[in-house]
Design a protein around this ligand. Sequence first.
Ligand code: GTP
Length: 431
Amino acid sequence: MKIREIVKDRTAYMRNITPFNILRWLSVVMSVSMITTLLLSGFGLYHLYTDYILKHVEQEAVSISRAFLASNHTLLLPPSKKESHQPNIANIDPQKLDEAFHNYLLPFNVIKIKVFSMDGNIIYSSEPSLIGQIDRGNIQLNKALSGYIVSEMKSKDEMVDLENELRFDVDIVETYIPIYNSTGLIVGCFEMYQDITGFQGAVVRGVSLAVSVLIFIFLMVFLVAFKVVNITTKKLILAQNELQALASIDSLTSVYNRHHIFKQLKVESSRVFRDGGDLSIILFDLDFFKNINDCYGHQVGDEVLHEVAKQIQNNVREYDVVGRYGGEEFLVILPNTDKDSAVEVADRVRQSIENNIFESYKQILSITISAGVSVLISSETSIEQIIKRADDALYSAKLNGRNQVMVDSVEVVTEEMTSPVMGGITDFHTD
Ligand SMILES: Nc1nc2c(ncn2[C@@H]2O[C@H](COP(=O)(O)OP(=O)(O)OP(=O)(O)O)[C@@H](O)[C@H]2O)c(=O)[nH]1
C-alpha cells in the first residue's frame, strides 16, 4: 500500500473517532458487560441457592430416615440370629410398614418412599404397583447400596403423593440413603422423594430480586456515567468547534484564512456544478499599501488591514464568505451572484473604503482598494482558474490607475454554447 493511501485511510479512521462515536461505543461496551454480568450472577446465584437447598433437603431426608429406623427398627429389621452375617431386610410386612410410613412421614414434605433390598428389589413402595420390581441399572441406587448418600433434583409433570393425591409440576429431591443393621452392615436402602416446589419458587423469587437490585444499581451507575460522559463530550465538541473555528480564522483581520477560503470556494463551486446557479468572486488588493507601512510602520499597516477587512465584511451579505487571500489581498466568495451583482458589491466595498476615515496618530490616512471580479464558468476544472481570472482583472485595475473595479469579461458558458467567448477586461470604475 502506498504511503498516500495509508495516510488517507488513517485520516478517514481518525475522522470517525468523534466524541459521540466514543460515547456510542462506551454505551455498547457498558451494556454488553452489564448484561453479561447480570446473566452470570443470576446463573451463579441460582446454582448457589439450589446447591444449598439440595444439601439441606438431603440432610433432612437422612435425619427422617434415621429417626424412622430408630422408632420402627423391628418393622424393617426383624430380629434374626444371622443378622450380623446376612442382611434380612426382605422379611418385612409391607402392610405394617405402609401404616408406619404414613403415620410417621405425614408432617414432612415426603411425597413418596421406597425401600430396596441389597439385590435392587423394591420390597416396599408408597406406590404399591412398584413393589417387586428390580432396579439393577440404577447408578444412584448402586452407590447407596455401597454406603453413599446420593441425592438429585428433578422436575416431574405429575406425581402421586402419600395421600394418593395427584400433584402437578412438582420439583423434588430424590435421595438414596443406605440402611444399616445393628452390626453396621448395609442391608438395603431408602429412596425418598421430597417436594421442594415451594423452595424452588423461593429461589426463583430470591434470584429475581437479587438480579433486579443489580439491574437497578447498574442502571444508576450507567446513567450517572452516561450523563457525566455526555456533558464532557458536549464540552469537548464545543472546544473542538472553537479550535476548528480558530484554525480557519486569520488572527490579524478576524476574517477566514487562505486555507479556509480555498476550501469554501471548492465547496461552492462543486455545488454550482451540481445544482447550477451563479458563483462570483472578488479579489481585493489595497493600493500602495507598502507606503502605509513605510510611512507609519507595520503596526499601523496591521490596523489598516483589520479595518479594511471589517469594511469588506460590513458591505457583503451574511452568507458571502470573506477571507484574507495574502498580505494585503482579500478574497470574497459570492454564492448565487451573477457578474453584475458582484461588480455592484465590489464597487460598494471600494467606495466604502475610499470614504472611510482611517485615523492613526491623529493623522487621516487615505486608503483605496482595487478589485478584480470573475464568475465561475462551466468549462473550468479547478478553482485556480476562476482565481486566476479575478487576479488578471485585479492586475488590470492596478494598471488602469487603481481604486477601481475591473471584471473578467469571459462570457459564462451555458449548456447551449459550444465554446466560451474569451473576452478582455472591463472597467467598472464609476468615478
Ligand atoms: N502591516 C502589514 N503589512 C503587510 C502584511 N502583509 C503584507 N504586508 C505588506 O504589504 C505590502 C504590499 O506591497 P506591494 O505588493 O508592493 O503592493 P502595494 O504597495 O500595495 O502596491 P500596489 O498593490 O501595487 O498598489 C508589503 O510592503 C508587505 O510587507 C501584514 O500582515 N501587515
